[in-house]
Design a protein around this ligand. Sequence first.
Ligand code: PDD
Length: 277
Amino acid sequence: EYVILNGEFIERSEAKVDIEDRGYQFGDGVYEVIRIYNGKMFTADEHLERLLDSGKKIDLNIPYTVGELKQLLEKMILKNKMELGIVYMQFTRGASPRNHAYPGADVLPAFTAYTRKAERPVDSMKNGVKALLIEDIRWLRCDIKSLNLLGNIMAKQKAAQSGCYEAIQHRGDTVTEGSSSNIAIVKEGKVYTHPATNLILNGITRRKINEICHENGIAVEESAFTLEGLKHADEVFMSSTSAEITPITEIEGKPVGSGTPGPVTKSLQDLFEKEIE
Ligand code: PDD
C-alpha cells in the first residue's frame, strides 16, 4: 500500500515524520477527506480548493495547485487499486525546533496522504441514527479545516459513550453543526441549514445538498435554527463526506417527527445517489 510523503510515493511502513513536526506538536496544519466511488474521487476540486483556502487562512502556503494535487491523488488511488474508500490528506507547517511562532520560509510544509477502504454507511442511511446535544466549546474559526480537533473529538466521544452516532453542537440557543458533519432540519417541506460563517465548516456535502435543492425545487434556506427549532423539526439529517446524508431519527432519547427517516431526507438521498453514480 502506497502513501504520499512530501509528493513522493512510498510504502506506508517507510513513511516517517519528525517528532518536532508542528502538526504533531501544535495541530498546526489543515486536512481534507475525499470520497472515492468506483475508483474516482467525488467533488475533488471542491475539497482541494477548500484545502488551499484553509491553508491561506492560517498563512500556510501549500506549494501545489488543485490540478497537481488531483493528479498525485489519482495516481495513488490507481496504485492502491482503491475502488470504494476515502483519501485522507494533510499539510502541516513542517518540522522545526519547538516554538509557537511560525518558522521561517525555509521550513517546508509536510504533506502526507493515504487511501483507506470505506463502505458507504448503508444501514444508518436507511434506518436513521441517534444523536445527543452538546454545547459547542470550539474556537471561533470552525470554517478552517484545521488538524486541531479536540472540541470535535470530545463531542464525538460523548456521543459514542451514550450509544449515539453524532453529537449535535449548539452555541447557546443556536445549533451550529455536528462533531464531524453539518446538520439540517426540515420544517413544512423546507430545509434549513446554518449559513457558511466562521461557526461551521462549509461542508462540501452540505453545498451539494443545497445545489440539489435549488435544482429540484426543494425549498432551502441557509439560516441558523435554534434548539427549539430542532426539537419541533419534522426531519433532521446530518451530512458529510463519509456519512453522506444520514437521517437523525432520535435526539436525546426523543423521536424526531415520526421517528423514522422523513420524505424530504429520503428524496435528497435519492438525488444525491444519482450524483455519485
Ligand atoms: N467530516 N463539519 C465538520 C466539523 C466536519 O468535520 C465535516 C467533515 C463536515 C462535513 O464536511 P464535508 O461534507 O465536506 O465532508 C462538517 C469528515 C471529513 C467526515 O466525516 O468525512
